[in-house]
Ligand binder design. Structure first.
Ligand code: GLN
Length: 447
């Protein structure tokens, strides 16, 4: 009840939610009360959560912030939602996002623009802007986001909360509406590192319904990694991180963070990620190519918005898609279709895949010398609403530090590491595949 009251108070200002699920929450909270009375209690029983609106919730509208799915009511739950339900977590709302998770500011939502709780004239980041803002504004205790190129870590950074993208394959994507299937991953957005470990415990594990979910990794208790001790831990930073485009204030916070790690007994080493500069270009080819294919299913017949006036079948597809999709989604579909078309496939898509391999090798080499790699999550603090909407390239640059991590399938966490211009700065910690534990250890000691 206190969270629902808080939502009523702040939601008119923050606009983090597409849909509030108060009645559902009361019912779930009563069930959680019963679980507790029966002695069936765990870390998440009765804990209020917000879910990004690109994860399917049974009998509750799931829109992807698109007119295309404005009235879509899934008949099933995403696996992660099912996991949280079975532990007694209480969903209080579905979070706003950039349409189909394409964006870095949540301004691409077809329904509303979420504001940053630190400064209502600024963006919360994106695409999981509603998820991050709802945690920062205390509308829930934690939320789930999805991260294809930074969409959990960048909004967490801009809103001063903790966000983690797990290793590709660690968390089931079943019921997550696909954007770029080889990059998408669901993860927690929380107040602190302890909560991050708790939520990770709840959502990780093999799922036969997702063929990319791994079944050969032993289930960890991530709480065991919450230790202050990091003496001897080898922490790398890439010189490529400190190039142009990085705000002075953000740079200072990151340098201070490196000092803190050193004082805590870690060994700081310089590494090189020499293909970093090509990551953004490769990402926007691969992600758009996969998106153009994934979004082909919205044809006005099987799902979502259907045109009312049309001439023939082809026209029906065209009108439905023209009306249903927003500008950025259309831009991605065009980019992706072009990159995959015959004659251009080798020049763009294939080349991007080669760059992807080089970036993976960069990390493999670096991880022979270090346990984790730290750097900025975002080159700037939260920018002003409207400032980048007309300039997609400026918007894409927000992801320069986060996309290489998705390209390599690695785990990455963003946690607050100071303020610049009175706004939060995020520190990104990247680890080896399935080594979420070491990241949590470093983050916990730092926090
Ligand atoms: N901002 C990036 C994009 O627009 C990443 C989005 C995401 O991670 N979902 O593609």
């Amino acid at each position: 009840n206190s969270y629902l009251k808080r939502i009523n108070e702040v939601e008119p200002k923050v606009d983090a939610l597409i849909c509030e699920t108060a009645d559902f929450a009361i019912k779930k909270a009563e069930e959680a009360d019963k679980m507790i009375r029966d002695g069936n209690i765990n870390d998440l029983t009765g804990i209020p959560v917000v879910i990004k609106d690109n994860m399917c919730t049974e009998n509750i509208r799931t829109t992807c912030a698109s007119k295309m799915l404005e009235d879509f009511i899934p008949p099933y739950n995403a696996t992660v939602v099912e996991n949280l339900n079975s532990l007694g977590a209480v969903m209080v709302g579905k979070a706003n996002l950039d349409e189909f998770a394409m964006g870095s500011s949540t301004e691409n939502s077809a329904f509303k623009t979420t504001k940053n709780p630190w400064d209502l004239e600024r963006v919360p980041g994106g695409s999981s802007g509603g998820s991050a803002a709802s945690v920062a504004a205390d509308e829930c205790a934690f939320s789930l986001g999805s991260d294809t190129g930074g969409s959990i870590r960048q909004p967490a950074s801009l809103c001063g909360v903790v966000g983690m993208k797990p290793t590709y394959g660690l968390v089931s994507r079943y019921g997550l509406v696909a954007f770029a299937s080889s990059l998408d991953q669901i993860g927690p957005i929380t107040k602190d590192v302890t909560d991050c470990a708790i939520v990770l415990n709840a959502i990780t594990g093999h799922d036969p319904k997702d063929s990319t979910s791994v079944d050969n990794v032993r289930k960890s208790d991530y709480k065991e990694f919450l230790k202050d001790e990091i003496k001897g831990m080898k922490i790398g930073y890439a010189k490529e991180f400190f190039r142009q485009g990085l705000d002075e204030g953000v740079k200072k916070s990151i340098e201070n963070a490196l000092k803190t790690f050193e004082e805590l007994g870690a060994e700081i080493r310089e590494i090189s990620l020499k293909y970093m500069d090509y990551a953004l270009a490769a990402y926007y080819i691969v992600a758009s190519a996969e998106a153009s294919s994934n979004l082909a299913r919205y044809d006005g017949i099987r799902y979502g918005h259907a045109a009312e006036k049309y001439e023939d079948l082809i026209d029906m597809y065209m009108v439905s898609r023209s009306e249903g999709f927003g500008k950025e989604v259309k831009r991605r579909i065009m980019l992706g279709t072009y990159a995959l078309s015959s004659g251009y496939y080798d020049a763009y898509y294939n080349k991007a895949l080669k760059v992807r391999t080089l970036i993976k090798q960069d990390y493999e080499k670096a991880f022979q010398d270090v346990d984790v790699i730290v750097g900025p999550t975002s080159p700037t603090v939260a920018f002003k609403i409207g400032e980048r909407v007309e300039d997609p390239l400026a918007m894409y640059l927000a992801d320069v530090y986060t996309v290489p991590v998705n390209i390599a399938g690695l785990p990455g966490l963003s946690l607050p590491c100071g303020l610049s211009e009175g706004l939060p700065v995020g520190l990104q910690i990247v680890g080896k595949h399935f080594d979420e534990g070491t990241i949590l250890n470093a983050a916990y000691a730092f926090e």
